[in-house]
Design a protein around this ligand. Structure first.
Ligand code: AMP
Length: 189
């Protein structure tokens, strides 16, 4: 099963992805986690990505597509994967399509977790407090930029999947358990 989990920063994608991983034995592929690992390891990719991430901007499409292309070719992805935080632009969505077609793979579901901006500010503030500011981009100023980027560059990807009849939207204001239950119904249906 190959799934895209969509949603703005703080929507709960990472939390829900974990439940899906446990239920369906798929691999969670979070481009944000991969980039943060590169930053903490101090690799060339990490050095390049850090400033972009700290500013709340998006890392270059070609780089992201390269990372995902390499990752989904690895053996642990054979049982399926859940894409968390990717694709984030239309070129990434199109690149993913060609990549999957080349490998003879397809998407089974595209799920959007929808949460209004106002709620995201309080959630990100809470996450920053809980993690002791572990993520440099978890602050009100950068979140504002990340949300702008989400609305201008990522939200336009939704109609792309809607036109393919693949998009399912879940109300992310519900409790974590209720969101999980809706997602499971979609995936099992
Ligand atoms: P996330 O953990 O998904 O919120 O990602 C944190 C940051 O990593 C984002 O604000 C971007 O700077 C960068 N990033 C993560 N995924 C992508 C992507 N698919 N395309 C471009 N930049 C990304």
């Amino acid at each position: 099963m190959n799934i895209i989990l969509f949603g703005p920063p703080g929507a709960g994608k990472g939390t829900q992805a974990e439940f899906i991983v446990n239920r369906f034995q798929v691999v969670q592929l979070s481009t944000g986690d991969m980039l943060r690992a590169a930053v903490s390891q101090g690799t060339e990719l990490g050095k390049m990505a850090k400033a972009v991430m700290d500013a709340g901007d998006l890392v270059d499409d070609a780089i992201i597509l390269g990372i995902i292309g390499d990752r989904i070719a690895e053996p642990d992805c054979a049982n399926g994967f859940i894409l968390d935080g990717f694709p984030r632009t239309l070129p990434q969505a199109e690149g993913l399509d060609s990549m999957l077609a080349e490998k003879g793979l397809k998407l089974d579901a595209v799920i959007e977790v929808r949460v209004p901006d106002q709620e995201l500010f309080s959630r990100i503030e809470k996450r920053a407090a809980e993690t002791g500011g572990a993520r440099a981009d978890d602050n009100a100023e950068t979140l504002k930029k990340r949300l702008e980027v989400y609305h201008s560059q990522t939200a336009p990807v939704l109609p792309y999947y809607q036109d393919k009849g693949m998009l399912k939207t879940v109300d992310g204001l519900q409790t974590i358990e209720a969101v999980t239950a809706e997602i499971m119904t979609i995936l099992e249906g």
